[in-house]
Ligand binder design. Structure first.
Ligand SMILES: Cc1cc2nc3c(=O)[nH]c(=O)nc-3n(C[C@H](O)[C@H](O)[C@H](O)COP(=O)(O)OP(=O)(O)OC[C@H]3O[C@@H](n4cnc5c(N)ncnc54)[C@H](O)[C@@H]3O)c2cc1C
Length: 321
């Protein structure tokens, strides 16, 4: 994980649960295994996300960043050659002056929205998920598991502290039709799966608090350039969770945005064009891979979900070429 090494962050298996690979029932009723032992880094991690974010913040401070946290960006405006950004920090309002602004506010795209920079949304993928607890502490499954079903796909992974996440992904309109936000419907559908439902039930997990939902759509925020402003991470582009690409991309574009700002002082035109070209390359490669992944499932030829996914991706890939 070179990005983490570059930032001086070390992941320990006692803090983040190692992940040995991906098992999927996708394209057929057989479970396929992709073992990370054959990958360059040998192991992945099911991150404790709060801890991971705190480790990144600490690394930034070590490198000299000045951090205001928790803080909320409220407004920003360009004044001559710099930005004045209003921030709420410890119940006070502050104005932060900077020559550059990077929107790294994730799917909220707060700064882009203030500056009225439009994003393009490919679809309405969303996910409903439940956190489960295992009182017996006997589950030793270290794989991420995926199962395609007629109206979408399921995901499950064991997390630290004897918890397991189970999520269902589909288009928002279908999720509404399935009334999946009702926990009884969610678990009824989970129990109808061929493999993931039995895998979760076998380990004796107990349901905890209610379901949560999150947007899981593909989007690109690459509108007209705004002088002195860039976006990075999810604020720049969001990925279907099937790709597992979000965090790597956040590192890639965050580091690249920083380098672009440094290079921009010596060669303005080239630095900004290189950034935009790199993003276009990542995005078009991602769309092709996603098309291959969704196109690999053909067990439900009459399914609105699978037909729509492939059609959406084909249309946008044709447009881009
Ligand atoms: C269902 C689902 C499953 C996923 N699974 C994976 C996976 O397996 N692997 C993977 O790599 N990625 C996965 N992702 C994607 C991954 O979580 C994101 O791509 C990644 O977190 C993006 O990082 P970021 O720093 O750009 O945004 P975020 O992690 O969202 O961070 C944005 C930060 O900005 C802050 N912020 C927002 N608004 C304001 C404001 N007004 N003022 C101040 N701060 C603000 C937020 O509090 C947050 O701290 C998944 C996403 C979803 C939806």
């Amino acid at each position: 994980m070179p990005f983490l090494q570059e930032l001086g962050v070390h992941l320990s298996p006692s803090e983040h649960l190692p992940c040995c690979g991906i098992r999927s029932m996708w394209g057929s009723g057989e479970v396929q295994t992709q073992d990370f032992i054959f990958q360059p880094f040998g192991v992945g991690y099911h991150l404790d996300r709060k801890l991971f974010d705190a480790q990144l913040l600490e690394a930034a401070v070590q490198q000299g960043a000045q951090v205001l946290t928790p803080a909320s960006v409220l407004q920003t405006q360009r004044v001559e050659t710099h930005w004045e950004t209003q921030v709420q920090y410890q119940q006070q309002f502050r104005v932060v002056k900077s020559s550059w602004l990077i929107d790294a506010t994730g799917r909220a795209r707060k700064l882009s929205r203030i500056l009225k920079r439009e994003a393009y949304f490919l679809d309405e993928m969303s996910a409903f998920y439940a956190m489960l607890e295992e009182p017996a502490h006997e589950d030793l499954d270290d794989f991420t598991s995926l199962e395609a079903v007629e109206n979408g796909w399921w995901y499950t992974a064991r997390l630290a502290n004897n918890r397991r996440i189970v999520a269902f992904h589909s288009e928002l309109s279908l999720l509404q039709t399935l009334a999946i936000k009702k926990p009884s419907h969610f678990f009824e559908l989970l129990n109808k799966t061929q493999w993931i439902g039995p895998l979760v039930n076998k380990a004796g997990y107990q349901k905890t608090i209610g379901l949560k939902s999150t947007s899981a759509n593909t989007s690109l925020n690459l509108g007209l350039p705004i002088p002195g402003m860039l976006a990075a991470g999810d604020a720049l582009m969001t990925f279907d969770p099937l790709s597992g690409q979000g965090i790597t991309n956040a590192f890639y574009t965050g580091i690249l945005a920083g380098k672009t700002i440094v290079n921009e002082t010596s060669d303005r035109e080239t630095a900004l064009k290189d950034y935009s070209d790199a993003i276009s390359t990542v995005y078009s490669l991602y769309l092709r891979r996603l098309h291959t992944a969704y196109g690999a499932e053909s067990r439900w030829p009459g399914s609105v979900f699978w037909q729509k996914k492939v059609r959406q991706l084909e249309a946008v890939i044709v447009q881009a070429t």
